[in-house]
Design a protein around this ligand. Structure first.
Ligand SMILES: Cc1ncc(C[n+]2csc(CCOP(=O)(O)OP(=O)(O)O)c2C)c(N)n1
Length: 369
């Protein structure tokens, strides 16, 4: 067969593919609608609810940081800056959908129904923090980078085989896209047209490694092309845009059209985690100030205030409610019995192997003293 185009230029082809991934936006940095025809179908009440959840989540981040510094929480990965990416994507889901989060995605779990006290117990490494109530279709936050992408492909296939009208959403960071699991997950789900939504929260850093060192790909969304699935490159500080693309991805998934990869372009204001990371060692001085101009909450506030749907009083109410919720949840978490080694063994094994049985007896004896 004669080649169609003798002067085929793979470099030009790559450039063309890369340039076709344009940043999708609805609400610009000044809170103005710049893409009216793409406006999602959300009622006034729903818009207010979305904003409420973002403000609440920002307060949770502030309070969690402070509780961690007081020694009242353990592991914590800050979320401020990523509210549109996290909350608006989750807002496009239904209760019966599945959430497979990474360690920074505790807010989505909470809005999916995980009691806040449980999230605090997870932070403390308490096993009760991994025991989710019935009906909360989610797994515990994944610490192994990328592993949740493979698990998501499996959960999505399970949903498809059971013919359920649900989807599974998962989250990783920009660094996660360099892992083998990332490719395996999107490829497998694509091959089986499984109902999955793969979100890459490109917050510009994998701990201290900047995004541009991570890959020579111009966008992370374009990695979808290799798996033969749609890829979306979206302004991750724009709640309306994130909601819209996730909602569309959900619809395609439910209609049997398979998975979507969504790259949300965002920024984390805080440290990678509160376990000793110091962002001033790897960021430019004015970098955060530049990103704060794109803040997801500020632009949504401007938009809603102009529609007469939001006010300082309303926001203060939400802030107060969030603080009260945190206070109540942390005292609830304090009531959990301190965990024993034997508890962990009991939960891990239905039948204990003989060597574990020996260790069990040893710890039982120790704990009785
Ligand atoms: C398989 C694996 N390798 C390395 C690590 C150590 N590690 C923890 S967080 C992290 C960076 C991840 O960055 P990114 O995927 O961009 O997510 P972000 O933390 O920015 O949300 C690394 C390498 C890990 N947890 N798992």
């Amino acid at each position: 067969m004669a080649p169609k185009n003798k002067s085929f230029d793979p470099v030009a082809q790559l450039k063309e593919i890369e340039e076709s991934f344009e940043l999708f936006q609805i609400l610009d940095e000044n809170g103005k609608i710049v893409n009216k025809s793409a406006m999602p179908d959300l009622s006034d009440e729903e818009l207010v609810e979305l904003m409420t959840r973002m403000v609440w989540t920002r307060v949770l981040d502030e309070r969690s940081t402070s509780l961690n510094r007081q020694g009242r929480l353990g592991f914590y990965a800050p979320t401020a800056g990523q509210e549109a990416s996290q909350i608006a994507s989750h807002y496009a889901l239904q209760k019966g959908d599945y959430v497979l989060p990474g360690y920074r995605d505790v807010p989505q779990l909470i809005w999916h129904g995980l009691p806040l006290s449980k999230a605090f117990l997870f932070s403390r490494g308490h096993y009760e923090g991994n025991q989710f109530p019935e009906g909360v279709n989610a797994l515990s936050p994944q610490i192994i980078i990328g592993a949740q992408y493979v698990q998501t492909a499996g959960v999505a296939l399970g949903i498809k085989k059971r013919k359920k009208d649900n989807v599974v959403i998962t989250y990783t960071g920009d660094g996660g896209t360099s892992q083998g699991d990332f490719y395996e997950g999107i490829n497998f789900a694509g091959a089986f047209k499984a109902p999955a939504i793969f979100v890459v929260q490109n917050n510009q850093y994998a701990i201290s490694t900047p995004r541009h060192v991570q890959t020579s790909a111009k966008t992370l969304a374009q990695k979808a092309v290799a798996a033969g699935i749609p890829g979306v490159y979206v302004d991750g500080m724009d709640a309306l845009a994130v909601y819209k693309v996730t909602k569309d991805a959900r619809e395609r998934a439910i209609n049997g059209e398979g998975p979507t990869l969504i790259e949300t372009v965002t920024y984390r204001y805080g440290a990678h985690t509160l376990a000793g990371d110091d962002p001033t060692r790897y960021r430019e001085d004015n970098e955060q100030t530049e990103w704060e101009k794109k803040d997801p909450i500020t632009r949504m506030r401007t938009f809603l205030e102009e529609k007469g749907l939001w006010s300082k009083e309303k926001e203060d109410e939400v802030i107060e409610q969030a603080r009260a919720d945190v206070k109540e949840a942390i005292s609830e978490a304090d009531k959990a019995a301190s965990q024993k080694v034997t508890d962990l063994m009991d939960l891990m094994y239905d039948e204990k192997p003989s060597n574990v049985e020996e260790q069990y007896d040893y710890y039982k004896e120790k704990e009785s003293k």
